[in-house]
Design a binder for this molecule. Structure first.
Ligand code: FEO
Length: 171
């Protein structure tokens, strides 16, 4: 495997692993701060990020490279509000989109079209994730400090879980 592409893929593995830990930290905060629906949603999303990481791990290994795990920073554990949680998620997903785009750029420069093709899945996934988190954040902003509204958003987030995540409440 092209060493430059391999190293860039390994960096992405680290970012997806960090994403998983970040959403896990946020799920914990939601769970202990009275947002069980948001917690279930974020526990599940942490699992999804782990799957994003594993897809990259298997791809690197299958293409003759070696996936490497790098140190991952501790994510923040304290947040001011549910709005802050989702604002941070939105910013983080924008950063991930940028890093996927940069990674794709490297595959083009290196003429590694196989990896470029593999990355299409991540490019589409980022469009969906950014759109999903923008929608959630807009709803949270709309209800503002209204407790009843926030209760409904939490319920709605609970309804958005697929129940596939092993770590979600009741699973
Ligand atoms: Fe793996 Fe949320 O992007």
């Amino acid at each position: 495997m092209n060493p430059k592409v391999e190293s860039a893929l390994n960096e992405q593995i680290q970012r997806e692993e960090y994403s998983s830990r970040l959403y896990l930290a946020m799920a914990i905060w939601c769970e202990v701060n009275g947002y069980p629906g948001a917690a279930a949603f974020l526990y599940e999303h942490a699992e999804e990020e782990r799957i994003h990481m594993l897809k990259l791990v298997h791809f690197v290994n299958d293409r003759g490279g070696t996936a490497k795990l790098m140190p991952v920073d501790a994510p923040p554990s304290d947040f001011k509000s549910l709005e802050e949680v989702f604002q941070k998620i939105k910013k983080h997903e924008e950063f991930i989109t940028e890093s996927i785009n940069n990674l794709y750029g490297i595959t083009v420069e290196e003429k590694d079209y196989t990896t470029g093709n593999f990355l299409q899945w991540y490019i589409t996934e980022q469009i969906e994730e950014e759109s999903l988190f923008n929608t959630i954040l807009d709803k949270i902003k709309l209800v503002g400090a209204d407790k009843a509204g926030m209760f409904h958003i939490d319920k709605e987030l609970d309804g958005m879980t697929t129940g596939a995540g092993a770590a979600g409440e009741g699973n």
